[in-house]
Every structure is written in structure tokens, then in C-alpha cells.
Write a protein that binds this ligand. Sequence first.
Ligand code: NAX
Length: 326
Amino acid sequence: MKQPVRVAVTGAAGQISYSLLFRIASGDMLGKDQPVILQLLEITPALKALEGVAMELDDCAFPLLAGIVMTDDPMVAFKDADYALLVGARPRGPGMERKDLLEANAAIFSVQGKAINAVASRGIKVLVVGNPANTNSLIAQRNAPDISPRQFTAMTRLDHNRAMAQLAQKTGKTINDVKNMTIWGNHSSTQYPDVSKTTVDGKAAESLIDNDWYVNEYIPNVQQRGAAIIKARGASSAASAANAAVDHMRSWALGTAEGDWVSMGVYSDGSYGIDKGLIYSFPCVCKNGDWEIVQGLEVSEFSRARMQATEKELQEERDAVKHLLP
Ligand code: NAX
């Protein structure tokens, strides 16, 4: 058996974590041979509820769960952490403007970025799930100057999975038939689900679907899927969000399938003309615990306009918290 790795999870008493922690502890994220120590961060009023979650984790008797730490102190939660899943965030309250939301979260993610910088493993892999995920990831990254910006990512895998599922359903195929899906940009309604390189059962997706359906139904449905879940369930996506977080980390740590890629919000190096330094979702391949943006894809005018619209939103989010960035 391998040595245990330390996995920090914030917002650990929340609804996504109620699914996520059990998946991590059962080995779904890092493999069935990789023991984990869960280091769980919550705000002080939620520590009692967190104890209940830890009791249930104990009651699962997971062979791979080598320990649980519970704390309201980021310096404890991120101590020597090899992985961090930043799920906890400030939700939008009544009367709260978008700018207030960005600022409230900037406060949380700057503290957590500083703590990661100070005490985490130098090889830490960070995934931000809490919204606005891309900009929260940017804030954490900018507050961790001793850690490579490549180690801070944001989650668009749920959007990626949603886009694959909707395409599989439309074409009467299964998820296993869908390859090379891309989500570009922000995890928000400006994201651009791009099927121009996607294949379904070896055939170009564009040859199987009607362009009208793609532009007027598919793209908006993927963009608005989170709202549709809230409307139907009365609560935001939780199990599917946890599943996507597990998928994101597993791809990053253990690699992507040969010939396929995944969508990840990563540090832009200027690829495809996207503003350097933004955390932007690109098609990525992962190998040996590292990711790379897929290069050389042809970008149509239609795609370019959508990639730029979502880039613009990310630039605006960044600019709204600029005064709080080091
Ligand atoms: P919940 O409100 O159920 O849980 C959030 C938890 O975070 C709470 O227990 C809260 O006490 C804790 N928390 C708040 N501030 C904290 C801090 N400073 N340190 C540690 N813990 C803190 O929300 P949940 O449904 O679990 O969603 C969590 C976040 O994921 C939200 O921001 C949500 O918008 C976001 N999502 C992101 C998705 C994505 O694809 N990137 C999809 C699903 C989800 O909407």
C-alpha cells in the first residue's frame, strides 16, 4: 500500500462535500491503492455539523481513509496538503450585487491562498469549485507567490460532462462514444460548449446534429443547466458537482485517455489569444500529474466570438477585485 496523501477540502459540511468526501475516501479520485487523510475546513458555526459528517465517514469503514482532521483554521487544513478542493464559498445573499459577491469571496480565497503558500506541500494541486470559481482560483493563486500558478485550477468539468451527456442523448449514443468535447472560458452562463472538434462514435458531431439546434438549444441548455437543476430540485447541483470534482482531480493526477481531452479552468499562457494570467477553461490533456493545453485547434469566427465573450467576462471579474490582488 502507498503512503497516505493529504487532501484538504473546504466547505466540508456543505451539500457538495456530503457527496465528495465519501467518493474521495472510497478511492474514486486517486485510485483504489491510494490511502488519504482528509483535512476538512469549515467556518466555526458549521464545525458541529462537520463532526456529524466525520462520524458518517468513520461508519463507512473505508479501508483507504487513513485519518480525518477537522478545523476552522486554514493553516491547519492546508498543512502539508497534496491536494486541495476549495468548495466552500460565500453564496449570493439578498440584495447582494455581483461586485459584493466577488469581494466577499476575494476575502475568503486570499486567506486560503496565503495559507496554501505558507504550509501546503510544494507540489499541491488545487481545484476551486466555489463560485465564482475561475476568479476565486485566480485570487488564491495570486496570494500564493511561492507556488507555480499552474497548480491552481477551476472546475468546468461539470459543464464538460453536461455537454457530453446532452450530445450523447441527442445522437442516441452513449457517453463512451463522445470524445474531444471542449468548454471554453468561465464557469458561468458565458461559457462556450464547443463541439466543432467533438466526435460521436467516430463521426464528427457537427455532421450528426442540426446547426440550429446546436446554436439555439444545445449551447443555451448547457450554459443554463445549473439553473435548470435548481428549478427542478429546489437546490443546486451537488452529487454531479462532486462527481465532476473527482473527475477533474483524477484526470490531473492519473492522466487523460489517449486521444481524448478534458476541460479544465487553468492559468492562461496566452494560448488561442486568451489574456495571459486569467484562469480560463481550455481543452487539456494530462500526463504524469501535469496538464497541457491542447494546441493547434482551428478556431472558426463563430467560436472566436464566443471565446472572447467569456474571456471579457473573466477580465471584468478580475478587474472588479483588482484592488484586492497582490
Ligand atoms: P453549501 O452552502 O451547501 O456549502 C458550502 C459550505 O461552505 C458551507 O458548509 C459553509 O459553511 C462553507 N464555507 C463558507 N465559507 C467558508 C470558508 N471561508 N471556509 C470554509 N468553509 C466555508 O454549498 P454547496 O452546494 O456545497 O456549493 C459550494 C460551492 O460550489 C458554491 O459556491 C456553489 O456555487 C459552487 N458550485 C460550483 C460548481 C462548478 O461547476 N464550479 C457547480 C456546483 C456549485 O454550484
